[in-house]
Design a protein around this ligand. Structure first.
Ligand code: GLP
Length: 239
């Protein structure tokens, strides 16, 4: 779907989340970070304040987290989700399952995340953004399609785009973990995503563009603004 603005992308994504939760209030949802999903969180908060959605029984997982940052650090993804979403809605703290970036045992932390997903019945929905290099969560180019939650070293483009320190590591759900969600929603807005969105959707699935693995999933909705869809329109005549 191609919409007029990043705000409209967020609004539609929020409406889909609300609709899915109406069908299954206990659904487990993987949540993205970054600038793209901010309008979605604002819309979800609005829906919650108006009483149009109840988050109290839903389970929430973060897709990724920076390794070495405690949850209280403002740059951590846990802090982002708390600031933009959890603190403003009626999500249950016992149902917010966040990777702990300051763990002393990263491998065990990854296994714990995977086991919790299984314990709550699997992900019903994964909402994703996309990096300029095609990453989903922090699955950088070269990530195996069957990968599970694990420790990764961030790619130079990711470090540059996010102003991270050199040699930043992260915990991320794997592509395999994400592909097991029953439904996936991919969001992208702005001209900087145009080229990679076109590659992810139009080229054959390739390790070089992790988001291209989404072509293998039977239930994906892609929501773009006009700028992010630009290369699709120009090169293929598709909107
Ligand atoms: C980070 C996150 C990704 C996100 C990407 C895009 O790298 N790990 O999950 O999709 O940023 O962020 P933005 O929406 O700010 O472009």
């Amino acid at each position: 779907m191609v919409l007029g603005s990043g705000a409209a992308v967020g609004q539609l994504a929020a409406r889909l989340v609300v609709a899915r939760l109406a069908g299954n209030p206990r659904m487990a949802i993987a949540l993205p970070t970054g600038k793209t999903p901010l309008p979605m969180y604002r819309a979800l908060v609005d829906f919650c304040r108006k009483g149009s959605v109840d988050f109290s029984q839903a389970h929430f997982f973060n897709l990724d987290e920076l390794l070495g940052l405690p949850r209280t650090h403002p740059a951590s993804y846990a802090a982002y989700l708390r600031r933009e979403f959890f603190s403003k809605v009626n999500a249950s703290p016992s149902h917010t399952h966040l990777l702990n970036g300051s763990t002393q045992h990263p491998l065990l932390e990854c296994i714990r995340h995977e086991r919790t997903i299984i314990r709550v019945g699997g992900l019903g929905l994964a909402v994703l953004g996309i990096g300029r290099n095609g990453h989903i969560a922090f699955n950088e180019p070269g990530s195996p399609i069957y990968s599970r939650t694990r420790v990764v070293r961030l790619a130079p483009e990711t470090i540059e785009d996010n102003h991270f320190a050199p040699n930043t590591y992260a915990l991320t759900m794997g592509i395999g973990t994400i592909l097991q969600a029953r439904e996936i929603i991919l969001l992208a807005s702005g001209p900087r995503k145009a080229q990679i969105v076109a590659r992810a959707l139009r080229e054959a699935p390739t390790f070089a563009v992790p988001a291209s693995a989404l072509q293998l999933h039977p239930n994906v909705t892609v929501i773009l603004d006009r700028e992010a869809a630009r290369e699709l329109v120009i090169t293929k005549g598709v909107v």
